[in-house]
Structure formats: C-alpha cells, structure tokens
Design a protein around this ligand. Structure first.
Ligand SMILES: Cc1ncc(COP(=O)(O)O)c(C=O)c1O
Length: 373
C-alpha cells in the first residue's frame, strides 16, 4: 500500500476497544457467552428502539435466521431490493426460497414503492389469505427492503403494502445503523431488522451481525436452538469491540455527515457529478458516499473515473451489479429494473472512512476535477 493510498472505507477503532478486549482475555470470557454479548445486544436494541437483539457472526447469518423466523419456506418468494449488495438475496436462497427483485427509485436509490405495489397488485393473485406470483406460481412470503448506502427506504408505502397482504417485513438495515426515517430508526419498522458489523460498516467488530426485533428473545433463542440449530453466535471478544464501537455511534454518524456535507459543497461545482441527497423526512448517515457521473456533462464516465482515481492511489468502487443481472440469481423474477441498471452504470462510491482528513478528501475532489470538464 503506497503512503498516499486513500481507502474507500476502513474501520475507526479509537475508543475502548483495547480495554474491553483485554477484559475478555483477562477474565477468560472469550467465547459465545459473556457480559459483552449481552451489553452489545442491549445497545443495538436500544439504538433501534427495539425490545430485543441477538448478536450473530455476521449480517448474512442474521438475515438467514430472520427470514426463517418470518416463516419463509422452500419455494416461497421474498421481495428484495434490486440495487443491493448480494447478501440479502443469498440469504433468501439459503432457505430454498427465491428473491423477487424490485427496481430502485431514481432519486434516492432505494426500493421503489410504486414498482413494489405494481408487482404485488398486478403480477400477483391474492386468494385464501395467500399471495401468489402469477408468473411463477410461488407464494410471496415476505418483504425484504434494503436501506442502502446510509439512507432509508420510504417505509410508509412499503408497510402499507405489507399490511394489505399480511406480509412480514424484514428490514436489511446492515448499511443504515444511525439512519432515521420520519424520526424513527431505520430497522424499527418491520417484524425484524438485521445489522452488520463487517469491516466497512459505520461500526465494526471485524465481522458481526445482529437480529433486532420486538419478539421475545427467548423465542428467538429457542428457535435457533430448536430442531434446525444454526450456530451463528458472536463471541464475547468481538462483542467487546462492538460495545466500544456502539459507544461511538453518534460521533461516527456526525463524521460521516460532515464528510458528506464537505463532498457535496466541493463536488457540486464539478459539471456532471450528482451528489446523493438526503430523502425528505430522513436523517441519513451517508455511510458509503456515492455519486452519479453523467457522462455527457462530465466528459468522462464512472469507470474511467474509477481507473483515474485508482491511478492516484484513491480507492473508489462502482455500485453493485443489480441483482436481476447477477448470474448467482438467474431464475429469479424481477420487475422492470432499468433504474438500478442506470445507477450501476453511473454510480461510484468515494473514500469516506470515519476519520478521513480534509486533505485526503480534497485530494479526491481535485482528482475528480482533473478528469471532468
Ligand atoms: C445490504 C447488505 N446486506 C447484508 C450484508 C451482509 O453483512 P455481512 O457482511 O456482515 O454478512 C451487507 C454487507 O456486508 C450489506 O451491505
């Protein structure tokens, strides 16, 4: 790694992480039981205004269990955002169920509630309390909106549709810890929400996840330890890091928002660069600061810009391949997903680690300015 390398998003471990991990080692509480696991769960539940939380080895495991608890069975369908990291779609497949991908809306890039409604009302038939996709004949069992990039989905219309058909909602809140929608935390709207504490997230335990729910924890634990038995528990050592990280949630959010503000001020002067907006009624963390590059106006495109930045030691990354195009999810049904295709083509995430310096950010902006017209 060159000295001037500016990474996309790296952990920031500046609190009590060392002290708490040392406490685990000093007291021999290193495994999957221990006071830090409980504290971590309690802090996560409090952050989302929920009653209970169960720590897991990662966010994908949390999604797997949450969907199972929501009653998803083999050959069911689960409605998932098309523009997302692949993990939620994979979690659906772990259960032998199938994702149905719903396009992103163009302004804030989250699941499009109108296209969701069209799918549920026009492409499905509701009979005898069961909703079936008329194209595949499969039962639609749950909704899995993903709050991407540190912004919330528009939950009101999504919950309205869920209510109309009695569908449980599992929120993928892995990228949205600290985000609020109409004053309430993202992840507090569905039956369950899942968090991730992977290394690139706003808080990290190296690897870790969480199921947050209003359901009694005992039920969840019993269920996990029931006939299927998935051992997805997080260790006390990692939970110790999690507790130290949770103590810094507010400051990390403030740092991300400051970075977003500074980028927006500087980048708005560059033609063809569209900065992310905070949705109305939302409080965003801008977890992964991502821009759109309009090729005609900018005189360059997102991939050429990516290579240009890479050549200057600046790590950028395209947005994810839309799920309906993923070879891993061939055979899944999808709505028209032209918006997520365009966002994938034009989108680029920029360095935005908590603690990124003004000078690093300025280097990113000036490198972008060099190649755009
Ligand atoms: C939207 C989304 N869902 C799920 C996950 C999975 O989390 P983990 O990496 O902790 O398994 C991630 C990221 O890592 C993600 O970005």
């Amino acid at each position: 790694m060159s000295r001037n390398f500016i990474p996309l998003s790296v952990p920031c471990l500046r609190g009590n992480e060392w002290a708490y991990v040392k406490e685990c080692l000093d007291t021999n509480w290193v495994s999957s039981a221990g006071a830090f696991v409980e504290r971590f769960e309690c802090m996560a539940a409090t952050a989302l205004g929920a009653d209970h939380a169960v720590a897991t080895v990662n966010g994908t495991a949390a999604l797997h269990i949450a969907l199972k608890l929501a009653g998803v069975k083999a050959d069911d369908e689960v409605v998932v955002s098309d523009l997302t990291f692949i993990a939620p779609a994979n979690a659906v497949r772990y259960l032998g169920a199938w994702p149905v991908f719903v396009d992103a809306e163009p302004r804030y890039w989250q699941m499009d509630p109108q296209k969701l409604q069209d799918f549920l009302r026009k492409d499905c038939v509701y009979a005898g309390g069961t909703l079936k996709n008329r194209h595949t004949g499969r039962r639609v069992a749950a909704l899995l909106p993903v709050h991407v990039l540190g912004h919330p989905c528009d939950m009101d219309p999504i919950l309205e549709e869920a209510g109309a058909f009695g569908l449980p909602v599992v929120e993928d809140a892995t990228e949205s810890l600290g985000v609020r929608y109409k004053g309430r935390p993202a992840g507090s709207f569905g039956r369950m929400a899942c968090l991730s504490f992977n290394g690139n997230k706003i808080l990290t335990t190296g690897g870790g996840g969480m199921i947050v729910t209003a359901q009694a924890k005992d039920d969840v634990v019993e269920y996990i330890h029931g006939e299927v038995g998935f051992n997805y528990r997080l260790t006390n050592v990692l939970a110790a890091i999690g507790v130290a990280q949770m103590e810094q949630l507010e400051s990390h959010v403030a740092d991300k928002r400051a970075t977003a503000g500074a980028y927006a001020r500087a980048l708005s002067r560059i033609p063809g660069i569209r900065c992310p907006e905070e949705p109305e009624g939302a409080f965003s963390t801008f977890w992964l600061y991502s821009i759109l590059v309009d090729e005609k106006m900018a005189g360059t495109n997102s991939r050429a810009l990516l290579r240009h930045l890479d050549g200057r030691g600046i790590q950028a990354r395209p947005l994810w391949q839309p799920m309906h195009l993923s070879p891993a999810h061939r055979g899944s049904y999808a709505t028209d997903c032209t918006v997520s295709e365009r966002l994938n083509r034009d989108g680029l995430s920029l360095p935005c680690s908590v603690g990124i310096s003004d000078s690093e950010r300025e280097q990113v902006v000036s490198a972008i300015g060099m190649i755009t017209r």
